[in-house]
Design a protein around this ligand. Structure first.
Ligand SMILES: Nc1ncnc2c1ncn2[C@@H]1O[C@H](COP(=O)(O)OP(=O)(O)O)[C@@H](O)[C@H]1O
Ligand SMILES: [Mg+2]
Length: 479
């Protein structure tokens, strides 16, 4: 049996290479072992043994390192494959190069079948443009991109995915690394929340309308009362006038006129106080016309208010919107509030006037409710660069510092049952956010509060198209 026994071919080859190297080295510096003294030979042998042990130890370390490497590679593959998110690498031309098991499961194909397939085949047709645009930005600028896409599995089932991608270089060619997360569950919760939000909006509207109804009824009742009474009086005047006309017609019927009948008609005219009636009828008619105008205005403003759900973005005059809102809520305010208007110069702004009207109404009613006996509400407006602002300041009880951070939460109220729903500020916050605006509050307990709504002059319409819920993060957080 050869001295190399049953060693592996690799070890034998290594040994042969070492022998050859040794022979070469020995040829260059020939030395004769026989010339060495036994002490030197002993020392050499010792050196060689120590060296051998050193090598064996190094060998062992290498083996352990190799084992660790294998284990960590296995761990890496396990993590890569079993990660709860899908990973794919995509070539510059859009072909899938690698994918983990989660990606294969998400897309409904075996991993083997994924490789060399076109990634875009798993993107819903409507969302493909947005994917290509992002890919272009990624490859062009190198900036990682995160976005949401509607994708489809291999059997055509659509699902929502969050996509995070970055670009890396692999052998000189760009390679796109994509992380996919199924967010369908989140999207469906969001849809449900959206529904809840519109129900909230509706119930707040109903509560507000309920609160206003009594006041508005009174406001309408008053002119209806006097117009009614005026019409009654005018009716009596008309009857009298018709009697007079008849009396005069009778008197002038014969020719020459019947003096007796004429005298009777004149007496009737005196009794009827014709001169007074003439003046009074004109006054009554003017007053009634005024009353009818008032009713018409209230009804129009209410109609306006009823359109609160309209989502037509338009350019409108904020001051007119504030004045209309004031008309609707005035009845709630007038007994205890002195109103100070400090309107600045404002350009027309873009937005949803009916919804903003609800914001101002909620602010004005809260301000009035915060005033115990009598106080002032100052309605101020102004412009700052690309935005406009509206301030509603009251001299009411103020807001305790510990409550300040809660007032925009739905159902947060410090008012007794029946008076407060706790929805007004949550809804206002949502509407202002939808306009990409801000709502801020300053308050000193015992002195009053100031709410400031800032709105961009040209709110992006797309902000509104996101739907009512997306914007009311605070509402969502609080729920
Ligand atoms: N102008 C204000 N002055 C004092 N407190 C206010 C004012 N506006 C809002 N708040 C506080 O914020 C809470 C929430 O307001 P809101 O959402 O409109 O609900 P509600 O008016 O139904 O209580 C109120 O209960 C009140 O404590
Ligand atoms: Mg309120």
């Amino acid at each position: 049996m050869s001295p190399l026994g049953n060693l592996s071919a690799q070890t034998i080859e290594l040994r042969q290479r070492a022998e050859a190297a040794f022979r070469e080295a020995a040829a260059q510096s020939p030395g004769n072992l026989a010339d060495l003294s036994p002490e030197v030979i002993g020392l050499l042998l010792h050196e060689l043994r120590v060296h051998q042990i050193e090598l064996e130890m190094q060998n062992e370390e290498l083996r352990c390192a190799q084992l660790e490497l294998d284990a960590s590679r296995a761990r890496y593959f396990e993590l890569y494959d079993l990660a709860p998110v899908g990973y794919c690498s995509i070539s510059e031309s859009g072909l899938i190069l690698h994918a983990n098991l989660a990606a294969a499961t998400l897309l409904g194909v075996t991993r083997g079948a994924l490789v060399r397939r076109r990634f875009s085949r798993f993107i819903l047709r409507d969302d493909q443009d947005s994917y290509y645009l992002r890919r272009k930005q990624l490859i062009g600028g190198g900036e990682p991109q995160s976005f949401e896409l509607r994708m489809v599995t291999s059997d055509g089932t659509p699902f929502w995915s969050s996509v995070a991608c970055s670009v890396a270089q692999n052998e000189g060619a760009p390679e796109i690394r994509i992380v996919l997360t199924d967010i369908s569950a989140r999207k469906s919760v969001e849809a449900k929340l959206e529904q809840t939000q519109s129900q909230l909006l509706q119930s707040e509207k109903m509560a507000a309308i309920g609160q206003l109804a009594a006041g508005v009824a009174h406001e309408i009742n008053n002119p209806v009362g006097f117009v009614n009474s005026n019409v009654g009086t005018l009716g009596e005047y008309l009857t009298g006038l018709l009697q007079l006309v008849d009396a005069y017609r009778f008197a002038v019927k014969s020719s020459p006129p019947d003096d007796f009948a004429l005298g009777k008609a004149n007496r009737l005219a005196d009794e009827f106080e014709l001169d007074y009636v003439r003046g009074d009828a004109v006054a009554l008619l003017a007053e009634s016309k005024d009353g009818l105008e008032r009713i018409k205005r209230i009804v129009n403003d209410l109609k306006d208010f009823a359109h609160i759900d309209a989502v037509v973005w338009e350019s409108f005059d904020l001051h007119a919107c504030l004045d209309r809102t004031l008309n609707v809520v005035w009845n709630e305010l007038k007994y205890k509030v002195t109103l100070a208007k400090e309107y600045g110069e404002l350009p027309a702004i873009t937005g949803l006037p009916h919804q903003l009207s609800q914001v101002f109404m909620n602010l004005l009613i809260n301000a009035a409710q915060a005033i115990p006996e009598r106080g002032t509400i100052t309605l101020r407006t102004g412009r700052e660069a690309d935005s406009v602002w509206v301030e509603v300041e009251d001299t009411g009880v103020g807001i305790a510092p510990e409550n300040l951070s809660h007032i925009f939460e739905p159902f947060f109220t410090t008012k007794p049952v029946g008076l407060g729903t706790g929805l007004g500020m949550a809804v206002a916050y949502g509407i202002v956010k939808k306009h990409e605006g801000r709502i801020e509050v300053r308050s000193i307990v015992g002195q009053g509060s100031t709410f400031r709504v800032s709105l961009p002059i040209c709110a992006a319409e797309t902000a509104g198209q996101r739907g009512p819920l997306e914007d009311t993060d605070r509402v969502r957080e609080a729920l």
